[in-house]
Design a protein around this ligand. Structure first.
Ligand SMILES: *Cc1c(COP(=O)(O)O)cnc(C)c1O
Length: 376
């Protein structure tokens, strides 16, 4: 039996390259609380991503929860149901009421045209997601936020390194949050970061992720433990050195899917918005009504061949028990998201995916479409 082909897999640099980092940690006896690698990774990520203020976290979910705390967001927040469940959970953990708005059928991000109609006197912020690393309509969202006096927090968990018109997407909004979970393009096993606009806000965020401590005896806020440790930070520094290769290999997989599946009737491949770069974090294909079999049938067929394509994002967040009772969670409010959630299938994409294995995946899809094999 073949091994299971996962939808993604972290890039693991040669183990011997990690050993010197571990030796330095062993020597220093500093394992967390603002060690040398933590400081170095913050600096190097700022340079790599083209941002000025970044605070590392132990994971992306705690970064989202803390970002909302730092901005003192309350009441209602407008967000998308088409995301990983942590996006909305972060609101829930802050006692904030999520208001779901439908998505755009092409980008699959929150539909900026539908945001204004969802604003009420209780609305304080917008929490959009750059889904699959494809940037939201950031200028339009900024205009709406300015008009109504709302804050904007981007869940940029998928958008590591993505640029729009030569600017980092992380520059938009009041804050952005990254995830460095093992499934993401850049990982620190578990990890995350908040990107903010000024030094004062970064100080506030740094305090909140360390219980609210300012100094040994002063606690200014009910903070949490969101600190990234030195082993995570060291792994991040090592990953950063390999980013070019990671990017090239992911782009290779992306191109092969496009060449093989670009003209298959009933399939829709991901599109890149104008002026945007891509990080090839996901390869979401939509299996529309014109394809001979359903998304779920194709998912099962791949599964039978030990290929673990994933139905990101199905179910919608608005369909989970915690949220389905909300007035904005109805299917009639979310027709596009409801349809796409039934059609989307993320195909395996990661640096170590070989052309041979990829062609097996492609051939199963082509056979389902009643077409010839791609390569032999
Ligand atoms: C991965 C992810 C998160 C959560 O990040 P963790 O680091 O796993 O806590 C949040 N939002 C989105 C969209 C994600 O994909």
């Amino acid at each position: 039996m073949d091994n299971l082909i996962p939808v993604t897999q972290p890039y693991m640099p040669p183990l011997e390259e990690f050993v010197p980092y571990l030796e330095a940690i062993w020597d220093s006896k500093t394992v967390t609380n603002g060690g040398r690698f933590h400081a170095q990774l913050e600096r190097e990520l700022c340079a790599y991503l083209g941002v000025e203020f970044l605070s590392l976290f132990s994971n992306g979910t705690l970064a989202l929860i803390t970002a909302l705390q730092a901005m003192k967001i309350t009441g209602e927040v407008i967000t998308t149901p088409f995301s990983f469940v942590a996006t909305t959970h972060a609101l829930h953990w802050n006692g904030i009421r999520p208001v779901f708005v439908d998505i755009d059928p092409v980008t699959m991000n929150i539909d900026a045209k539908k945001i204004e109609a969802a604003i009420t006197p209780q609305t304080t912020a917008i929490l959009p997601v750059h889904v699959y690393g494809s940037p939201c309509e950031v200028e339009e969202i900024e205009r709406i936020a300015d008009t109504y006096g709302l804050r904007v927090l981007y869940d940029a968990a998928h958008a590591f390194g993505v640029r729009k018109n030569a600017r980092s997407v992380l520059e938009f909004g009041d804050m952005s949050v990254l995830s460095f979970h093992g499934t993401k393009v850049f990982n620190t096993f578990e990890g995350g970061a908040i990107i903010c606009r000024d030094a004062k806000t970064k100080r506030r965020v740094d305090q909140l992720k360390n219980f609210g401590f300012v100094d040994e005896v002063t606690v200014v806020a009910p903070g949490i433990n969101g600190k990234m440790n030195e082993v995570q930070a060291a792994f991040g520094l090592l990953q950063l050195q390999h980013m070019e290769k990671i990017h090239t290999e992911r782009a290779r997989v992306d191109e092969r899917y496009r060449a093989a599946l670009g003209n298959v009737g009933g399939l829709r491949l991901p599109v890149t918005p104008d002026g945007c770069t891509r990080n090839h974090s996901y390869f979401p294909v939509r299996i529309t009504r014109d394809f001979p079999i359903t998304r779920d049938a194709l998912y099962e067929r791949l599964r039978a061949h030990n290929i673990a394509a994933r139905r990101y994002f199905y179910p919608l967040i608005s369909e989970f028990p915690t949220y389905r009772g909300l007035p904005s969670a109805t299917r009639s409010n979310l027709p596009v998201a409801s349809e796409i959630s039934q059609q989307v299938l993320c195909l395996p994409i990661y640096p170590a995916l070989t052309p041979n294995v990829q062609d097996r995946i492609i051939d199963i899809i082509l056979a389902a479409a009643g077409l010839q094999q791609y390569a032999s």
